[in-house]
Write a protein that binds this ligand. Structure first.
Ligand SMILES: Nc1ncnc2c1ncn2[C@@H]1O[C@H](COP(=O)(O)OP(=O)(O)OP(=O)(O)O)[C@@H](O)[C@H]1O
Length: 591
């Protein structure tokens, strides 16, 4: 993957090739203008100043002015192109990465840390952008300036070619030694930055937990450690740059002294050198060092961006675990009846390394008829959420199959399936925005009537209308301005507003009191009578009125039936019942 990064960058630039060519032309034109200036100054001094000819001074001075302005114009235009390219590349990588993350499956996301993703979408893309900008602006200058300067020296001041070759060799040795030292230093600095960003983002995401457990000092110490490592590596990188430039300048000054010595003695003895040539040679010397200075600053930036580039493409290359069928089955979502069959389903999550993990569901067989309510009850970790996540294909079954109205759900496009099966997730994640936006988030019918009906069914209308701006009032990030039970009810309203054919509530009323839960269930039973409903719960009161309750234990169905049947046949169920509702306490639906 890493090997073909330059090919991939070029594919990003497809359609922009003419701009690249223009950038190259501008670079060469600008370099030629700059390189011509020593020649003109040589003529200006020899023929104009020493020849006491004002006309020649004005003539060559005018040329120098024009060429300087053209060189500056080329540089400005080139900068604009470089900025355009780099911004386009950054934008492409940013939107592609974001789009790709949206397409990944739950399994892929499970194995990625949110802080990693943030670093990829921000820092990494920024690094690549800077490297591209620097690269386009400066790298083409290197060969152009080197070759033309050497040719000009060889042609116009051949007596200095020996000195220039010596300087070239010294510059090359210095640069090579510097890069050998500095590239790993820059790579380490980047790693340390990444580690610090990861730590920072993780800490900020969990800042409430940190405070709640009084872990600030520990977190401060940890952060100080990674920040200290960043400081150390950054210092080493900056120091190496600080060493390179004065060292190069020292060599340049030695070269200057040599030019003054060779040129001066030659002028004084009248053996070939003119004053104009001495001045031009000095300018060549400064032009000669420029490519080395460019390489010394641009190569570390490019090298530091490589891991960033590789990480971005590692994300872009990640294949979604759940894919749409190549040839979808004929499936009309508008005429779904809602018969769901789990047929000998087994499932295991993948390990963090991506290899198949142990089974957490074993040989599950269930039939839910249209309009039926199925309750899934079990202890924490028994596999309830996992089981219902298989129905909208958040994960694909490891073994067996799930059908919807007789069609294997793997033959139905995910979008179609998820418009048919709506799930209210265990974590009621609300988005920053308004209540209206949150309730209608997944709804095709965006009418007020649908929103209000969904809120009423979720028993949320009461508290919403008591808020000053009602449905147009604000929801903070993660719904922090609502209580746990209110958040759950808003999340239920969001699910109901999608008008699903199959409705799944994953412990969605766990933070509501039993009376509220009962009201929500009654409304749902009335308004969604024909919809197949699956209710997951740890609390028996949530599922007590279901047509059938499945009791899950360690990934297996250990009992199934109505509440009364289970009380009669399942000691495990009775134990839960006794522990939660107690002997003699009669729940809803009990006779
Ligand atoms: N994304 C995941 N990756 C790996 N293992 C997971 C993942 N989600 C759940 N598990 C494991 O699968 C098993 C079943 O978890 P699941 O969340 O389905 O239980 P649950 O019955 O819904 O529990 P709870 O009532 O606490 O929500 C557990 O052992 C859990 O550790």
């Amino acid at each position: 993957m890493a090997a073909d990064w330059h090919r991939r960058i070029l594919t990003v630039w497809n359609g922009y090739r003419k701009w690249l060519v223009l950038s190259l032309v501008l670079t060469i034109a600008g370099a030629l203008c700059t390189l011509a200036i020593p020649l003109l100054s040589q003529a200006l001094i020899n023929q104009g100043i020493l020849g006491n000819n004002l006309g020649v001074v004005i003539h060559y001075g005018g040329y120098m002015l024009v060429l300087t302005m053209v060189a500056a114009g080329c540089q400005v235009a080139n900068t604009l192109i470089a900025v355009k390219f780099s911004e386009r590349t950054a934008n492409y990588l940013r939107t592609e990465s974001y789009r790709h993350i949206q397409e990944l499956s739950f399994g892929n996301i499970d194995r990625m840390r949110p802080s990693d993703l943030l670093v990829r979408l921000t820092n990494d893309i920024q690094n690549v952008k800077i490297a591209i900008q620097q690269g386009i602006l400066n790298l083409p200058l290197v060969p152009v300036m080197l070759i033309i300067t050497i040719l000009l020296i060889a042609f116009y001041t051949p007596a200095l070619i020996g000195l220039m070759v010596v300087l070239l060799v010294v510059f090359t040795i210095l640069l090579t030694a510097y890069l050998r030292f500095v590239l790993p230093v820059f790579a380490v600095r980047q790693e340390k930055y990444d580690a610090m960003n990861g730590r920072l983002q993780e800490n900020l995401a969990g800042v409430r937990v940190v405070k709640a457990f009084v872990r600030q000092r520990l977190e401060n110490d940890r952060f100080s450690r990674v920040a200290g490592e960043v400081r150390g590596s950054s210092l080493r990188a900056q120091t190496s740059i600080a060493i390179l430039i004065p060292t190069m300048l020292l060599v340049v000054n030695l070269g200057l002294a040599a030019i003054f010595f060779i040129g001066g003695t030659s002028v004084l003895s009248g053996t070939g050198f003119s004053i104009g040539e001495v001045i031009a040679s000095i300018q060549y010397l400064f032009l000669l060092i420029m490519p080395f200075m460019i390489l010394g600053t641009v190569l570390p930036a490019i090298s530091a961006s490589r891991p960033s580039f590789d990480r971005i493409y590692e994300l872009l290359d990640t294949k979604a675990e759940v894919n749409d069928p190549a040839k979808p089955a004929a499936f009309d979502p508008s005429s779904v009846k809602g018969r769901v069959v789990f047929d000998h389903v087994s499932f295991g999550y993948r390990t963090p390394e991506g290899t198949p993990g142990p089974l957490v569901l074993r040989d599950i067989s269930v039939v839910a008829e249209p309009g039926e309510t199925i309750g899934i009850l079990g202890a924490t970790g028994s596999g309830k959420s996992t089981l219902i996540h298989l129905l909208p294909r958040f994960y694909d079954v490891t073994d067996g199959r799930i059908t919807l109205d007789g069609t294997d759900i793997r033959q139905i496009p995910q979008d179609t399936l998820r418009r048919t099966v709506a799930i209210c997730l265990q974590q009621p994640n609300l988005f920053f925005g308004t209540i209206r936006e949150n309730i209608l988030f997944g709804a095709d019918d965006r009418s007020d009537a649908n929103m209000v009906a969904a809120a009423e069914d979720a028993d949320a209308a009461g508290f919403i209308t008591n808020i000053p701006r009602g449905y147009d009032d604000a929801v903070s990030r993660h719904g922090a301005n609502f209580s746990g039970g209110q958040r759950q009810r808003l999340a239920i309203a969001r699910t109901l507003a999608a008008k699903p054919k199959i409705l799944i509530l994953d412990d969605s009323t766990s933070a509501c009191d039993v009376a509220t839960e009962a009201r929500i269930q009654d409304r749902i039973n009335q308004r969604f009578a024909g919809v197949t409903k699956i209710l997951v719960a740890q609390r028996i009161s949530t599922v007590i009125a279901a047509d059938r309750i499945l009791l899950l234990d360690s990934g297996k169905i250990v009992a199934s039936g109505t509440h009364e049947e289970l009380l009669a046949i399942s000691p495990e169920y009775r134990e839960i019942y006794d522990s939660q509702l107690g002997r003699g306490i009669v729940g809803r639906g009990t006779s």
